[in-house]
Design a protein around this ligand. Structure first.
Ligand code: BEZ
Length: 396
């Protein structure tokens, strides 16, 4: 049994245990000073490995913090959201209304997170987003109680517009899933690429999480663009690079993407990903002490290589640890808590980063090349990139 499978089974047991716990009399809850943490992440489907990595990264930081946040023990309530927007409202309500979590952590999928954002805004529950890049979460829908430790969809894709133009490409085809993250990534890439003078020959979309790539690859071959930009992640990314290489296009029409295309996926992608260039806020070989220590601890505990999702989960816990320590674990004064969370400087494996006014990381975006089983950093594509945060009006 793989470590990942075993871990997901443990999570399943944890989820049912927490469901039982939720039925316990409220009296038991009042006795407990435990911090109630709700994890809403995908543990099945195309993004299953991403949800697992986030959870594992969170656990590494929690262990380093002695298993406590703000001096309080932690009790987990876990939901597999299946990356299914249609179930998102019910799933988030289950954690907020039934399990009465103090903090909601999730999720991976941009469509699912927007339901969580609405519930966080409606109920005032603290929400920490450890992946989903939906721009609106820290733009028009930003709020004092919503924080993100990952990226906006705009951030990793934007620098690639410049990188590809500078590499001499002028006519590009884009391909992605037709949902928030895909559409916003392509839009961001296009904005930067066309600003430089490049042209988009064709924008192609398929429904999430469909992996029937063949008709699109056939069309790319006949259009013969200078290069291709894609957004895919998880299981879909593995299938895409394999299909692209199998069609004989890898060495004919260069393939680029935001770094999700090759993160957490390299072992499965094998030769199909070798040499691919991507842009992301993390790279396996980042030379800092924190990254080395984190990767060692993660590999030792879980028997797999850390990836960007694990880092984002780790940072979600660092954010809570730092913020809650400053207010001694109390949610009594929300203003003081959010103020403390805003001020935490995250000493992350990706490099030190700070929170923007809209509650999104201000961070370096790295240019990476796949070498063996690693996304090696070969440069900084954009230093300290902040999201434009258009439309964010933070109400006190
Ligand atoms: C998203 O849906 O926001 C997303 C999913 C996987 C990787 C990156 C972004």
């Amino acid at each position: 049994m793989t470590t990942r499978r075993r871990f997901v089974q443990q999570l399943g047991a944890l989820a049912s245990a927490s469901a039982v716990g939720a039925l316990a009399p409220t009296f038991a809850r009042a006795q407990s000073a435990k911090l109630r943490v709700g994890l809403m992440l995908p543990y099945t489907g195309t993004y299953a490995a991403l949800g697992t990595a986030i959870t594992q990264g969170f656990n590494i930081a929690l262990e380093e913090n002695g298993g406590k946040l703000g001096g309080r023990d932690v009790e987990f309530f876990t939901v597999d959201d299946e990356s299914e927007p249609a179930k998102a409202t019910d799933n988030a309500n289950r954690l907020v209304q039934r399990d009465k979590v103090d903090v909601l952590i999730g999720t991976v999928h941009s469509g699912v997170v927007m339901a969580m954002v609405k519930i966080a805004r409606d109920t005032g529950t603290l929400l920490v987003i450890p992946n989903a890049g939906a721009n609106a979460a820290t733009r028009s829908q930003c709020a004092p109680n919503i924080f993100r430790t990952s990226f906006t969809n705009w951030q990793p894709a934007h620098p690639m517009g410049k990188v590809m133009y500078e590499r001499g490409h002028r006519k590009v085809v884009t391909l992605t899933w037709k949902y928030g993250a895909g559409e916003e990534s392509v839009e961001s890439f296009k904005e930067a690429f066309t600003k430089q003078g490049g042209a988009i020959v064709k924008e192609m979309y398929l429904p999430f999480p469909n992996v029937e790539f063949q008709p699109f690859i056939t069309e790319i071959a006949s259009l013969r663009p200078d290069a291709v930009f894609v957004f895919f992640a998880g299981g879909g990314a593995v299938k895409f690079t394999k299909d692209y290489a199998a069609a004989g296009l890898k060495d004919k029409i260069p393939l680029y993407g935001s770094g999700f295309l090759t993160d957490g996926t390299l072992e499965a992608q094998g030769a199909s990903a070798q040499g691919l260039l991507t842009t992301l806020h993390y790279g396996d070989g980042i030379e800092n002490a924190k990254n080395k220590q984190f990767r060692y601890a993660y590999g030792k505990k879980y028997g797999v290589q850390a990836d960007v999702y694990a880092v984002q989960g780790y940072d979600a816990c660092l954010l809570l640890a730092g913020g809650l320590a400053a207010v001694k674990g109390s949610f009594g004064d929300k203003k003081a808590l959010y103020g403390a969370l805003e001020k935490v400087k995250i000493d992350s494996p990706r490099g030190v980063w700070t929170m923007s006014k809209a509650h999104n990381p201000i961070q370096d975006i790295y240019l990476r090349r796949v070498e063996g089983n690693a996304n090696q950093v070969i440069g900084i594509a954009w230093k300290a990139l902040d999201d434009p945060a258009n439309g964010c009006k933070m109400q006190a």
